[in-house]
Design a protein around this ligand. Structure first.
Ligand code: AGP
Length: 605
């Protein structure tokens, strides 16, 4: 979702900024633009579509101060006029924004009454106009005054034609990081896009402003007092961002799972005691023992990981667990009694709704454990503690390897709590031994890619699907359906198999196939009965199971996965569903890595 990249230094900032935009591409965007002040006037380029279009338009234009942006439309259609940078009427000032200005209509109306004419439908355009109106020769002061009027969650970068060597940046609820180089400064919405240039960074906190000049960076807080902040060091390695031999990042990431599953487990097993140790968090045994209730907040795929975890946490650790959709939860007035332990799950660590839920829960005194993939992300930094997925950059918008790593980390966390409560040492050991097999078992599922591709080809023309399962396979069915929706643009409903007869079965006919996740051992027989009901209505059934026994009358097609504990089956069944969605999408000609309308990090509400 919208990406900001800016540069001030001695090199050709246009090239650096365009490279930076490419590194932010994974976030999703529909247009791109940049602006600079080469000869006392603002020069800007804006193009709809890929960054390549912008590169063509820019040609060999160069400048030492550049602000650049990828836009994911929120206010106003995808047009050149609505892309960023946005300007004031006289083009004295240019602004790029990530996020949303909530009170833009009020501000726009007030400016309109003063005679300002707007050239776009964006919320952003009020900002350059506010800066221009407040400007009396002091650029920083004008920006500070304009920023004070804004409500919302945003990150912003501003330039003014009278100050060709100055850049003002600010953050409020949206990430913005300043990279300090040797005589040059970089700004980005994602630290990963800076790491190739510098490891010294400053994260702007809410309300903070950075005033960047060739001599260095000055920082101000929300009350406009100058502050000093130590730089932080980016410790992680620059991510390898190539598709390698694969046609799409999504496919590459699906195939990486044996390794990423193994990474998520690495050095976290405490085999002798049949339990788990996390170096990344600093909690005492008494803190774990004091947990009386767990509350999980997350969105999308991460939410589905949370649902799987809730079954495990209640079943194995016997801790009451509630899962909440962050976007709904943030507007509740949550009850957080003593003993509540919160888990915020977010691959990107930037999801605005989950961040808001985390802040509310911290304000109510809860310990919030984040489960994140991106070091340095806002959620990872603001949480009380963070367990990292170590899955490496996930570039495909569709979350695949991050999901299975989330499940691994959540399983390990459950095991830790279970061992402190009801689970015996031998049981814990057996569980760890079973987990050790997962990377190899994941590979066995991947080895069936061409079989799954054939099935996808057979069903590629169908426009409506059900994914059903029971117990651990219910949240897995939600995730399987989400994959098909988001990358193949196929209507797919994830449903608890036992609920089908309470309404949705009315939709079943020969044109609406069902992907039946019949892998949960405890619920196998019951699932079979539900599938019989679907079969009796002429529904075609693709069964994902660990064995064919008992499925002859039901299955039109099979995908067989290795047998493991029910708690671990979501990992293997999900890989099968990911491959199915991928091949369906490819067959239907969908744009797989960057599906329409979606963004990798959803930094707006
Ligand atoms: C996953 O395939 C989706 N693109 C989406 O549902 C995603 O999981 C959701 O936006 C939450 O993102 P997060 O994990 O980065 O918080």
């Amino acid at each position: 979702m919208c990406g900001i990249y800016a540069y001030l230094g001695h090199r050709n900032g246009v090239k650096i900024a365009l490279d930076g935009l490419h590194r932010l591409e994974y976030r999703g965007y529909d247009s791109a633009g940049l602006a600079a002040i080469p000869n006392g006037e603002i020069v800007a380029f804006r193009e709809v579509g890929k960054i390549a279009e912008l590169e063509k338009a820019v040609g060999d234009f160069s400048a030492n101060l550049v602000i650049a942006h990828t836009r994911w439309a929120t206010h106003g259609k995808v047009t050149r006029e609505n892309s960023h940078p946005q300007f004031d009427e006289k083009k004295n000032c240019a602004v790029i924004l990530n996020g949303i200005i909530e009170n833009y209509q009020t501000l726009r109306e007030a400016l309109r009454k003063e005679g300002v004419k707007f050239a776009s439908d964006t919320d952003t355009e009020v900002i350059p106009n506010l800066v221009a109106r407040a400007y009396e020769g002091d650029f920083l002061r004008a920006c500070q005054q304009a920023l004070l009027l804004l409500k919302g969650s945003f990150a912003v970068a501003i330039i003014h034609k009278n100050h060709p060597r100055e850049l003002v940046v600010a953050a409020n609820g949206s990430p913005l990081v300043i990279g300090i180089g040797a005589g040059e400064t970089f700004v980005s919405s994602d630290p990963n896009a800076l790491i190739h240039h510098t490891r010294e960074v400053i994260y702007l906190a809410d309300g903070e402003i950075g005033y960047i000049k060739p001599e260095g960076v000055e920082l101000f807080d929300a009350t406009m007092s100058q502050i000093s902040k130590k730089t932080e060091k980016l410790l992680h390695e620059a991510e390898e961002m190539s598709k390698g031999q694969f046609e799409h990042y999504t496919l590459k990431e699906i195939f990486e799972q044996p390794r990423t599953i193994s990474n998520a487990m690495m050095s976290r097993f405490f085999e002798e005691w049949g339990t788990v140790a996390f170096d990344d968090i600093n909690l005492a045994i008494s803190d774990y023992i004091a947990i009386k209730r767990i509350l999980i907040v997350a969105c999308g795929t991460s939410l589905h990981a949370g649902y799987v975890a809730s079954y495990m946490l209640e079943d194995l650790a016997r801790i009451p667990t509630q899962v909440e959709i962050s976007s709904e939860f943030r507007y509740k007035n949550p009850i957080v009694p003593e003993g509540t332990f919160v888990i915020a799950i977010s691959q990107s660590g930037e999801t605005a709704d989950t961040l808001a839920a985390l802040r509310e829960l911290k304000a109510k005194g809860a310990y919030v454990l984040a489960i994140c993939n991106v070091p340095g992300s806002t959620i990872a930094r603001e949480a009380s503690g963070c367990l990292f997925l170590r899955a490496g950059a996930e570039i495909g918008v569709c979350s695949t390897k991050a999901f299975t790593s989330q499940l691994v980390v959540l399983t390990l966390f459950t095991l830790l709590l279970a061992r402190m409560r009801h689970m015996s040492k031998p049981e814990g050991r057996k569980f760890l031994q079973m987990m050790e097999k997962l990377p190899g078992q994941a590979q066995l599922v991947l080895d069936q890619a061409s079989h799954i591709e054939k099935i996808a080809k057979k069903y590629a023309q169908y426009n409506d699907f059900f994914f059903v399962g029971r117990r651990y396979m219910f949240p897995t069915s939600l995730e399987g359906a989400l994959k098909l929706k988001e990358i193949a643009y196929v209507n797919a409903n994830g449903y608890a198999a036992g609920e089908m007869k309470h309404g949705p079965i009315a939709l079943i006919n020969e044109n609406c196939p069902t992907v039946a996740l019949a892998c949960d051992k405890v619920m196998f027989e019951k699932t079979l009965s539900n599938l019989m009901e679907i079969k009796a209505r002429h529904g075609k059934v693709i069964v994902v199971a660990t064995k064919k026994d008992g499925l002859d009358e039901i299955a039109d097609d099979y995908i067989l996965i290795p047998e493991t504990y029910d708690e671990l089956t979501p990992i293997l069944a999900s890989i099968a569903c990911q491959l199915f969605a991928y091949y369906m999408a490819r067959e239907r000609g969908a744009e797989i890595d960057k599906p329409r309308n979606l963004a990798k990090a959803v930094t707006v509400e």
